[in-house]
Ligand binder design. Structure first.
Ligand code: BG6
Length: 293
């Protein structure tokens, strides 16, 4: 299918009725539904579907810079580019596609990148929907140039919630974090699961490979598993920042939380010919914690 700008979208479905929609604009996942048809990712009612900006919601790919601590545009350029579908993508290390519906996308440097980011790269993204409805995103960055380069990366993931003040985030207890992305001062999280009552924008460092977001009202738990992504960025703009964003409703901060598997604090460096892989897997289940898996 195509969006309002004529840009292709790919719809993945599983036999039970779950689905995911991926846009070639940014390689962004713009919808993920369970087998009851319930939307699991937040999208703003004021989202602007207009090139070259990313839509406010879903899961966007932040590369080669996460956030604004660098010389590039906020969250890097990958989410603002048109990707292509790759029919014959090189196989993944664990290329298990049984029972999965998937699409392979590719981004290479365009006309502008040699100026703002002069590196030879290939960025591949596989989005797959499993028979149990789990959504997986696997990104691979390859250095196809003669010189090393470094980057940060993030899956900017907007989870849809019933009420932010009723939500708990488990798995980040006792970790060190940077408060606000570019700040270098470290703090240490307390022993309890995170709850939310004001703006938050933090990078949790050296995080476990599984965290969970519990939405009590909906009796739904999002289980987020990741590999190759040491950090977790947690973001909610709360009241004041929400009002300042043109593509975000004033009250919408109550219905979302961004929990981003990311590599922010330490840049990833690739020598010529090297490849890096970062995986994210999301499950939305009626149970309670990662140990249930
Ligand atoms: C978060 C960042 O991931 O995304 C925040 O930590 C940022 O600093 C937020 O403000 C939203 O970013 P954007 O570019 O999608 O508006």
């Amino acid at each position: 299918t195509k969006d309002w700008n004529g840009i292709d979208q790919v719809v993945l479905r599983n036999p039970q009725g779950a689905s995911a929609r991926v846009s070639l604009h940014g390689g962004q996942v713009i919808s993920w539904r369970n087998d009851l048809g319930e939307e699991l990712l937040f999208s703003s009612s004021k989202a602007i579907f207009k090139s070259p900006k990313a839509m406010r919601g879903g899961i966007s790919i932040c590369f080669p810079q996460f956030g604004n601590c660098g010389s590039l545009e906020q969250q890097g350029f990958a989410r603002n580019k048109i990707w292509t579908i790759e029919d014959d993508a090189p196989p993944l290390l664990n290329n298990d596609i049984r029972g999965k519906s998937f699409v392979d996308l590719l981004l290479k440097p365009g006309k502008e990148e040699p100026k703002c980011w002069p590196h030879g790269f290939e960025l591949r993204l596989r989005v797959s929907l499993a028979s149990d409805g789990n959504l997986a995103l696997i990104s691979r960055v390859r250095n196809i140039n003669g010189k090393p380069f470094s980057f940060s990366f993030g899956y900017h993931t907007y989870l849809s919630l019933s009420d932010i003040s009723e939500v708990r985030l488990e798995g980040l207890e006792t970790l060190d974090y940077l408060d606000n992305l570019c700040q270098r001062e470290r703090f240490t999280e307390q022993g309890d699961a995170l709850t939310f009552e004001s703006e938050v924008d933090r990078v949790y460092l050296s995080s476990p490979n599984c965290v969970a977001v519990l939405d009590h009202e909906r009796k739904r738990t999002y289980v987020i598993r990741k590999e190759g992504l040491p950090d977790v960025v947690v973001w909610n703009p709360w009241e004041k920042k929400s009002r300042a964003m043109a593509d975000f409703g004033d009250e919408e901060y109550k219905q979302m939380l961004c929990v981003d598997g990311a590599a922010v604090e330490k840049l990833i460096t690739l020598k010529p010919g090297e490849e890096w892989t970062g995986r994210l897997e999301l499950a939305a289940v009626p149970s309670s914690f990662c140990s249930d898996y």
